[in-house]
Design a binder for this molecule. Sequence first.
Ligand SMILES: Cc1cc2nc3c(=O)[nH]c(=O)nc-3n(C[C@H](O)[C@H](O)[C@H](O)COP(=O)(O)OP(=O)(O)OC[C@H]3O[C@@H](n4cnc5c(N)ncnc54)[C@H](O)[C@@H]3O)c2cc1C
Length: 412
Amino acid sequence: MSTQVVVVGAGYAGAGTVKSFENAIEPGEAELTWVSEHDYHLVLHEAHRVIRKPEVESKVAIPVEEIKADDTDFVKGRVTEVDTDERVVRTRDGEEVDYDYLLVAVGSATAFFGIDGLREHALTLKSLDDAREIHRAVREAGEEATTTDPATVIVGGAGLSGIQSAGEIAEFRDDHKAPIDIELVEGLDSVFPNNDPEVQGAIRKRLLEKDVGIHTGEFISKVDEHAVYLGGAEEAYYGEDGNGSAPEEEEIDFSDDLVMDYDVLLWTGGITGHEEVEEFDVDADDRTGRVYAESTFETSDDRVFAIGDTALVEQGDDEVAPPTAQAAWQAAEVAGENLARAVRGAPLKSWQHEDKGTLISVGEEAIAHDVQGVPINTFGGPGAKVLKKGVASRWIADITGIGRAVNAWSDM
Ligand SMILES: Cc1cc2nc3c(=O)[nH]c(=O)nc-3n(C[C@H](O)[C@H](O)[C@H](O)COP(=O)(O)OP(=O)(O)OC[C@H]3O[C@@H](n4cnc5c(N)ncnc54)[C@H](O)[C@@H]3O)c2cc1C
């Protein structure tokens, strides 16, 4: 029997690795099995478009059959166990897939940081179902509200997903003249925290132009059925002890202006590892559950590799690769080649993430920052929009073909 290679996950990391491995391996050298929870790849970094226009899902959900080669097997299932002794992955439905080499690329889950009520009451955006659910909730809230008593949609977390989701909700509101107030809440001092003030300012300006309220510098401490309570310390999230547990309620003085009523709450404030990954026989960070991987993507088990949001991929100087689509896409090209090298017993390649810049949408507008090969540091307008569309379309063209990319262009 030829060497069995298994890739788990159909995101940027998994789909990209499948393509790259198929290109790197010679016929007969190995058999590839691709396992994922859904039988489509979701272009997650454009999933927020579905909030405004549910019909965009046909552009951002791409069947695996259109991605993989004919002789790559696909198994639909959620992997709940990786057994490194038996070299087998097991799915929730009881299916077993043997491997000689395994790549884990199951992405990440939303982090709730132990904040009281947040998990129970907030919507999240990690899947197509999530995007459909946010659309439904926003639409219904708008339908039930009036101009004198508008609905309030709160988006918690002003990173890539929070900003872009708020932008789409604002477009929805304007397209449908829906009486909705949109409030973006970020605990740190600025939107798009820990980034260049120039791009933060550009994003802030576009959000305010789209009539999105911005509240920075106060962390969410508690959530109930109707309201979000601000006033938590940063330690509540990141933890003096590293646990990220929220402070006791009695420690917080909830003055009136720190309570925000909501009709729809969307939480995008952080990522963590999937719970199942704890059951995988590889070393992971205790706090986040993300798997430790070297720059070759090897984990604590030399038959198991990990990339994308699932992994903390070493980049030297105590740095790890960022949890972005851009990083997963780049890593996947090398990971596929490394799986082929592992099959042949050849030395593995080391990968270094290269930041090619930031492209971020605020509804119909886009902002480009520090984009490789572009002399202007930060800009919006048609140029930024074309670059943003170009990146999503290039990814779609890379994994399927130009036809799908052209078809998706208008909605990216
Ligand atoms: C709204 C939004 C906007 C974003 N915008 C940007 C952006 O502009 N630029 C950028 O670079 N990044 C952006 N990101 C981040 C980016 O989408 C992620 O970093 C990227 O998706 C990570 O890729 P991945 O392949 O590791 O994981 P994912 O894309 O999440 O894929 C994980 C895959 O694994 C599958 N899976 C999960 N668990 C299991 C399991 N147990 N068994 C089997 N299969 C499983 C999932 O179904 C999925 O197919 C955005 C994210 C969001 C949510």
